[in-house]
Write a protein that binds this ligand. Structure first.
Ligand code: FES
Ligand code: FES
Length: 159
């Protein structure tokens, strides 16, 4: 069935059958391969994209049910520039397979904002809100450090 989606700010025509996952449409029909598929069953967060501004696992989101704009890691490149630089500076990835999903989740989290002030509370919130993004390589410390640093810097910049 032909269907229109809004992806990274563009309206696109895609071909959707049955419960075809959004991740399949993004990768196979639109060539947006930054969205990774690892577990394929909603457990690891590698496939995270924004749907209507909220972080969603695209491997378990049927494309036919998507309403509202979809943003992938590619489309969020500009908004996530400081995050990606901080990930790189801190070595917050090794194989990098989970990284696009981590960055998309962090973009959503940073848009909503983190309760200001106490550094421990900031870390707790980042850990909690990114707990759906599994990384096999890093032990998470550098990922949490990177997101906390960007969060604090943006909060500082907006004052
Ligand atoms: S690939 Fe979608 S949650 Fe793991
Ligand atoms: S960097 Fe390898 S899974 Fe996260």
């Amino acid at each position: 069935v032909r269907q229109q989606l809004s992806v990274n700010g563009r309206t696109v025509d895609v071909d959707v059958t049955g419960l075809m996952p959004l991740s399949t449409v993004l990768r196979d029909q639109l060539g947006l391969i930054a969205t990774k598929v690892a577990c394929g069953r909603g457990e690891c967060g590698a496939c995270t994209v924004l749907v209507d501004g909220r972080a969603r696992m695209s491997c378990t989101t049927p494309a036919a049910l998507v309403r509202g704009p979809v943003w992938t890691s590619e489309g969020l490149a500009e908004e996530s520039r400081d995050l990606r630089e901080e990930f790189a500076d801190r070595g917050a990835f090794q194989c990098g397979f989970c990284t696009p999903g981590q960055v998309v989740s962090a973009v959503a989290l940073l848009r909503e904002g983190i309760a200001d002030g106490n550094e421990d509370e900031r870390r707790r919130q980042v850990r909690h809100r990114m707990s759906g993004n599994i990384c096999r390589c890093t032990g998470y410390q550098a990922i949490v450090d990177a997101v906390c640093t960007v969060s604090a810097r943006r909060a500082e910049g907006s004052r």
